[in-house]
Design a protein around this ligand. Sequence first.
Ligand code: CP
Ligand code: NVA
Length: 311
Amino acid sequence: MKDNTMQDLLSFSDWSPQSMQNLLALALDLKQYPEKYGKPLAGKSVVAIFEKPSLRTRVSFDIGVNKLGGHLVYVDSQGSPLKDREDPVDVGANLACWADAIVSRVYEHQTLVDLAKGANIPVINALCDLYHPCQALADYLGMHEKLGELKGKTMAYIGDGNNVTHSLLIVGALLGVNQTVITPKGFEISSKIAKHAAKLAYENGVDLTIANSIEELGQADILYTDTWLSMGDDTPLSEIKEKFAPFQVNERLMKKAGASYVMHCQPAHRDLEITGSLMDSEQSLLMLQAENRMHAQNAILASLIGGVTLA
Ligand code: CP
Ligand code: NVA
């Protein structure tokens, strides 16, 4: 069972603004000066156990762990959810017999909570139904690289209210980024997470606007969108396409918002939630986001199990 000095990274929801800033600074430093940190994961093993497909997360964790001197074992659980075979509490306890950390992508957030309960080692959320914290850290790293000081900048998220939206909101509020979230009616973010983000925003002097009409889009430095149908959502595209069409992120919306850059966590669907031409434009940060996944995750791993603090 969990020794409560072992920290998990399930959501960033209970982090302080200062710890969030420190982690972002570490990610940037590790990216710019990796040699300063040596091989903090030498002799360490990480298990990645995924219930859903992945390109960016899986590969960036594997290569990232390798660059830090550690070793990653991938366990495929895409055939059926972990809990169908064995209680995730027991899975966590078993993995902790050999590994130093668990990285997991699951359908239900509760599965991560159970893994973490059983495992006496840190558990890192690689995406669940509610959050995608590694993505948000990578994205604010990219935003910082492009725009400098994050405090007072504005990000507008447009599209389906989902796991990525939740993590962007929480991490953004902690880092002082003003946020606008515009989703079609019926596709809003979780009201519980919206309430928590509003509290964090209030405490940090951040403006938060949540709306259902694209007419509410004001000035923003960055427009962000994500797929209209997340993994595991079997709704036929034809059922939602018309409703989502006004929320497509395109050159016209970029102009309306006066935005400098566009972001999308990928996988992206060209000419659905974002135009292919905007994805390929000078304003696109999509490849920087992908690149930064590894640096953000390396900062998380190095601090959780490598004993690293900002040098
Ligand atoms: N953005 C992201 O998490 O991509 P994958 O689903 O490919 O890991
Ligand atoms: N919201 C998307 C993110 C993919 C990285 C999903 O959950 O499928």
